[in-house]
Design a binder for this molecule. Structure first.
Ligand SMILES: *[C@@H]1O[C@H](CO)[C@@H](O)[C@H](O)[C@H]1NC(C)=O
Length: 467
């Protein structure tokens, strides 16, 4: 990789004040690698606030910012170090802790060595290093790396077996053996393929051809049935596969089970999946009980149909609000699955296996070819799998979930407002005058216009994904 430093680099530091004791807080950088150019800004003050809150109160760790700083071209890291040493040093120490869960120990040790190397460099040693020790949680961060490692060495690191449960409906499963997509497969893995769309067992031969020999394949046919109310065939998506698996293997579960789609990348980035598989392979996720693997977050919703399914599934009133990630892919521990008695999974399976008719009313766009094409019981389970597996109705975001290993606490998708909104003052000042000038009646007229916008199309996270 060639950094094109001389010609296409613009490096701007917005200095609020320059003196030995006051560091600037907003850094804006742009740079190019080959023809690809980047620009980004980072606030040292915000980073400091968040990293302190992480170490003191286990609040959301600023992992994204830390990754940004640690992966900058070294020439920039040096500039940043001289501009704000605490930020760059602490970024390295936060990542060192995170890497302990997912990578070889040497990764963490290298990050710690770099942090210490910076503190001892002639430009920083002395008064600046003293500033980092006093104004930043430097010692806490170092201690954290050490205590995490000590916990792992004293039995926190355990060999974990893994099951991958895959409902299959014609998807190409070659990603399972493609090392540029899936970086690792834990040492004892079984893959359960639940065939849902009339395919045959030849898929097992295809898949086993590209899998390492430690992976065991189990094939089960599970055709979707017609709905008893309409007689029309009803897609049950992943529901029957997931629940059948739990019901039939309740006494024979792996330490961790990954419930995934035939093509997981539709809604789950391979990056997240790889972090989970790496942690399992290294045994560092021995305390993990539940992590949702969806990328987009669902909007928390209430509706009577969902409420009814909730009540039938869990035999209790819902709090009327379920909040989780999209699209029904997650990892669950054996402990957690077995915290609920088998009969309750049997009852949930009956909600989706055709025993109970779908009588939910369709309102608004349902993306169905005919009402009932997609079993609504299964659809609504998507909003409550986390409750099935013992989480509260409102699942915290991964970044805020203090029960997760820090390596899984990356911030989710972010909004990217158009550039005119980038300054938080712009809409506040500009908007006020503009709203008034538009006039209420004019706004109402436009609001009530019934424009034909065409048929809605559903787009998924993985559509058009390039690597
Ligand atoms: C593995 O995945 C990459 C990225 O999707 C793809 O370009 C490549 O062709 C795949 N390799 C195989 C052997 O399927």
């Amino acid at each position: 990789m060639a950094y094109c430093l001389a010609t296409c680099l613009g490096f701007t530091i917005l200095r609020s004040a320059i003196s030995q004791a006051t560091y600037p807080s907003e850094f804006r950088l742009d740079w190019c690698v080959g023809d690809q150019c980047f620009d980004h800004s980072i606030s040292a003050a915000q980073f400091q606030m968040r990293i302190k809150a992480y170490y003191q109160e286990n609040r959301r760790p600023p992992l994204r910012e830390a990754f940004f700083l640690v992966t900058l071209p070294p020439a920039y890291q040096r500039e940043m170090l001289l501009g704000c040493p605490g930020m760059v040093v602490l970024a390295h120490l936060l990542l060192a802790e995170s890497r302990l869960y997912t990578h070889d120990l040497s990764e963490s040790m290298e990050l710690v060595a770099r942090a210490q190397g910076m503190m001892e460099s002639p430009e920083i040693a002395g008064v600046h290093a003293e500033g980092v020790r006093k104004a930043w949680p430097y010692q806490t961060a170092l201690d954290r790396v050490e205590s995490t490692l000590a916990w792992m060495d004293a039995g926190g690191r355990q060999k974990l077996s893994t099951d991958i449960v895959l409902p299959h409906c014609r998807e190409d499963l070659s990603w399972l053996g493609n090392s540029s997509l899936l970086q690792t497969m834990p040492y004892r893995t079984r893959i359960f393929i639940y065939e849902k769309c009339g395919g045959d067992e030849s898929v097992v031969q295809q898949v086993s051809a590209f899998l390492p020999s430690n992976v065991q394949l189990v094939y089960t046919r599970l055709d979707d049935m017609a709905d008893p109310a309409t007689g029309l065939s009803a897609r049950r998506d992943e529901c029957t596969a997931y629940l059948s698996h739990v019901v039939h293997h309740f006494d024979n579960l792996a330490d961790l089970t990954l419930f995934l789609h035939g093509d997981p990348s539709d809604h789950t980035p391979f990056g997240l999946l790889n972090l989970v598989l790496r942690g399992i392979a290294l045994g560092t996720f021995s305390k993990l009980d539940f992590v949702h693997l969806g990328a987009p977050r669902l909007v928390a919703t209430y509706n009577p149909c969902q409420d009814d399914i909730y009540q039938r599934a869990f035999n209790r009133e819902s709090q009327h609000r379920l909040f989780t990630y999209c699209c029904s892919q997650f990892a669950v521990s054996k402990r957690r699955i077995r915290a609920r008695p088998l009969v309750e999974y049997v009852r949930m399976l009956q909600l989706v296996d055709g025993t109970v008719a779908d009588t939910c009313q369709r309102i608004g766009p349902s993306y169905e070819k005919y009402a009932g094409q997609r079993l609504s019981h299964c659809f609504f389970l998507e909003f409550m799998w986390h409750v099935v597996f013992g989480e509260d109705d409102e699942l915290p975001s991964r970044a805020d979930d203090t029960t997760l290993p820090v390596a899984l606490r990356l911030k989710d998708n972010e909004e990217h407002p158009p550039s005119m909104w980038k300054s938080y003052m712009t809409p506040y000042i500009g908007g006020h005058a503009a709203f008034e000038q538009q006039g209420h009646q004019n706004w109402l007229m436009h609001f009530q216009m019934n424009l034909d916008l065409g048929r809605p199309i559903q787009k998924n996270f993985g559509d058009g994904l390039t690597f």
